[in-house]
Unconditional design. Sequence first.
Length: 107
Amino acid sequence: MSTQAFAITLKGTETGRIVRIFLYLQILDILTTLVGVKLGVAEASPFVKFLMYFGPAAGLAGSKLLGVGLAGVAIVLQRVHLLKWINYWYASLVVWNLFVLASVNAV
């Protein structure tokens, strides 16, 4: 299946909605994590913390590329329901990041 045909298939479908939410949550996670690092908050994930030795942006980009790649595998294998659960996880993670940012600014 070509890339264009794949994009057309996702547009307006339940799978497309789930993928878009996944990508938006990845962006929100990147932004909230970068702001947290700038404010001096330590990264909690050991894997991302290891990748951040190459720099915060590079570490986050590497982890997100891996995550998007795994999401692509889930889509190809028709396991989109996994992305629904992952979306719940990342939504809670973004909320957690926002609470951490609010507590740093409050101190």
